[in-house]
Design a protein around this ligand. Sequence first.
Ligand SMILES: Nc1nc2c(ncn2[C@@H]2O[C@H](COP(=O)(O)OP(=O)(O)OP(=O)(O)O)[C@@H](O)[C@H]2O)c(=O)[nH]1
Ligand SMILES: [Mg+2]
Length: 368
Amino acid sequence: MLEEKETILVVRAEDSNNIDEILSISREAGFNVKEIIYVKKTNSKCYLGSFQLSKVKSIVQNNGIKKLCIYDELRPRHVTCLMKELGIEVIDKLLIILTVFQNHAGSREALLQIEMARLKHQLPLIRDWIKRVKAGELPGFLSLGRYAIDVYYRHITRRIAKISEELDKLRIKRSHEREKRKKQGFIHVAIVGYTNAGKTTLFNALTNLVKPTGTEMFTTLSPKSYMIRVCGINVVVTDTIGFIKNIPIGIIEAFRAVLEEISNADVVLLVVDGSRSLDQIETEFKTSLNILKDIGALGKPLIIALNKIDVANGVDINNIIELIKLRANEYKAQFIDTITISALKRYNIDLLKDALCRTVQQVQKNLV
Ligand SMILES: Nc1nc2c(ncn2[C@@H]2O[C@H](COP(=O)(O)OP(=O)(O)OP(=O)(O)O)[C@@H](O)[C@H]2O)c(=O)[nH]1
Ligand SMILES: [Mg+2]
């Protein structure tokens, strides 16, 4: 079974500085990476140029590899061409990430969101196959005839419609719950940030709950909300799904309901992993700001929790604080303050609560 998961990993050359993260994601998806191939320039027909394609072909044949992982967003024609040339399964970035999600999905909503993203991802590929089968370009490909592919296509479209309906119901329920809490005068604080930054650990520190945390990425998929009192005000804190660099749009769309929890919050509490190198901190911070911008949450009061200072790796904290301020201003965020904390050791949680207190008081004043 394990051998089935042996793979060649294809990565864009420009992503080589992000290779540790890409390898972690691939490992968490269960893949055993035998070889990494970097692509400088992609080929419009088959994604890999003829030289790299023949290299991959020989590794596949010599090692009996059954899957090719490409950490990029592929066009249907790329997938079809690669499958035809190599005769093995081709898995792109969206599918790799969804496999990690699948391993962590704890709720029906998360499972439905994952299935939806998978099916929507398959549709254009199947459309491409139908087109080619009709044109006689794929005789006997995948041993499916045209009729079977048509039936499968119709099955997928029906399933997508059904899941959409169910997800819409869950979304409406979620938004009613939010509205109810708003009417009761609760202030919403969304804990956001890069995957593994320590969001759930902070959520636990603020709420005294013990939600699962872990060194793997995407431990949390479904948002968890809990009410706490912050200087006499009822505050609902919500733990959310982690961000990553260049997240495929299909995933953002599928997890729209989860991201709405952030765009509907009153205050954003952004957790930054302060134990990383300055470059990594900058990349992760900018990725988070970009996603907040995309989902329309950048205009909200933004508090930064600079986390893991118990294991800060020699980078001068003041440099990090300066960098954060600079970037936050560049993005025109409504930046409030950076508080250095350790969510795990519970350092400075009181200072963070003070900053939260000042901010939620202000929000409450503006609401009146
Ligand atoms: N040393 C140290 N480790 C921490 C701290 N906060 C969190 N961690 C560790 O970092 C890892 C990730 O923590 P989580 O709270 O699961 O991170 P998350 O942001 O919720 O991650 P995802 O849900 O996967 O996106 C865990 O192993 C935590 O124990 C901290 O302040 N110091
Ligand atoms: Mg988490």
